[in-house]
Write a protein that binds this ligand. Structure first.
Ligand code: AMP
Length: 395
């Protein structure tokens, strides 16, 4: 089956066509600046990337260009639209009711719309992407896969906030956790690498520009460091992560900011960007730190320290840990950060293999044979996870 995987933002649309049998990416690309001026890119497997400006007033034009490129006589990978067997859409927030993946119908779309207040930047954009695909491919089955679904197994003691219960019951205020598709993909791959043991305790560190930690007992998610929104938890590229909520009121009063202004600061102007004084990319930060930039070094220290604290707390929550997995841009590529995090965990008997830990972007066991905890680098693949879910449901 050919699966078209769509990841829609408010002004962007990422796409991939994946062959569900070989699990190879046949083509991929990105529509950017939708509603502004429109930039389109397309790359068939083994071919060159093409990029051009194309007018994209709405997501409808973006999806049309995707289909046009995929079926192009010279560079396309499909003969016609009919060769797209199904479409999988990534959706950020499924609220409390959308607990797994679903074949799209009007009821499902209504539910996604219903939790737009929980992800106002994402869910409305996802619906635009779904509608645009439905318009061009009215008879093609489509599936939605939620970033919040994998975390639905968290117990109430993990997902409830200790505030009056009516805010949970009436307003659905609770921890949801995010990056679920990545945590699901990486944890299930780790279990395969461990020989699918009957019982297991895993911790997955998804360390990218957005970053989160999760823990899984026997494959089921028990915790995720993100909360009601993806602002919570780790220090991230531009997000502050854990913070005393009173800081909001304090800054509003002291600086005359609105709540929205403070949240914009927390989301877009904080994290390692703020600590390092202007850098959010870990390659730049690591480079500056190696040249003696103290603020860059502090950003690395704060990042690693927060991840290590989460790992420690999740090891306690599970009363043990068999394996820790690193994934996403930083987790897969930055051995120095992995080392800094693991240095906090030697008291648990964790022993990193410094030679193996030099690995960049490849699946590898990076702990020693003597280590009491296995440490893996496992590249994430959210698109493949979405394609697998889509095919499983369609079948
Ligand atoms: P992501 O959001 O998963 O794309 O991750 C983005 C982060 O990964 C950025 O901070 C990058 O600096 C970091 N990253 C990506 N590639 C590398 C690399 N080869 N070495 C170190 N860091 C990297």
């Amino acid at each position: 089956m050919n699966v078209l995987v769509i990841n829609c933002g408010s002004s962007s649309l990422k796409y991939q066509v994946i062959d569900s049998v070989t699990e190879k990416v046949e083509a991929k690309g990105l529509c950017e600046r939708i509603g502004i001026d429109g930039v389109f890119s397309y790359q068939p497997a083994g071919g060159d990337k093409e990029e051009s400006e194309k007018p994209m007033p709405t997501h409808n034009e973006a999806v049309s260009y995707v289909i046009e490129a995929l079926t192009n006589k010279d560079t396309g990978v499909l003969n016609s639209l009919d060769e797209i067997d199904c479409v999988g859409h990534r959706i950020v927030h499924g609220g409390v009711n959308l607990t797994h993946s679903y074949i799209i119908d009007e009821d499902v779309i209504k539910e996604i719309e219903g939790c737009s207040d929980l992800a106002p930047l994402h869910n409305p954009a996802h619906i635009l992407g779904i509608r645009a695909c439905q318009k061009l491919m009215p008879n093609t089955p489509m599936v939605v896969v939620f970033d919040t679904a994998f975390q639905q197994t968290m117990p109430p003691k993990a997902y409830l906030y200790a505030i009056p219960y009516k805010y949970f019951e009436e307003d659905k205020v609770r921890k949801y956790g995010f990056h679920g598709t990545s945590h699901m993909f990486v944890s299930s791959r780790a279990l395969e690498l461990m020989g699918n043991p009957e019982h297991s305790k895993l911790i997955v560190c998804h360390l990218g520009n957005g970053a989160s930690v999760s823990c899984e007992v026997d494959g089921k998610c028990m915790e995720n460091s993100m909360g009601l929104t993806p602002l919570d938890g780790l220090v991230m590229g531009t997000r502050c992560g854990d913070i005393d909520p009173s800081v909001v009121e304090f800054l509003c009063k002291k600086r005359g900011y609105s709540v929205e202004e403070v949240l914009k600061i927390f989301n877009k102007e904080s994290g390692v960007l703020a600590v390092s004084d202007g850098m959010s990319d870990f390659r730049d930060i690591a480079d500056a730190a190696s040249k003696g930039n103290d603020r860059a070094q502090l950003a690395l220290d704060m990042f690693a320290y927060r991840v290590a604290k989460y790992i420690g707390s999740y090891a306690a929550a599970m009363n043990g840990v068999d394996a820790i997995c690193f994934t996403a841009g930083i987790g897969e590529n930055n051995g120095m950060i992995r080392g800094m995090i693991c240095d906090y965990l030697t008291f648990l008997g964790l022993e990193l293999d410094s030679e193996a830990n030099k690995v960049i972007g490849e699946e590898k066991l990076v702990s020693t044979a003597n280590s009491s905890i296995k440490v893996y680098v496992i590249p994430t693949n959210e698109e493949l996870a979405i394609a697998r879910e889509t095919v499983a449901l369609i079948k």
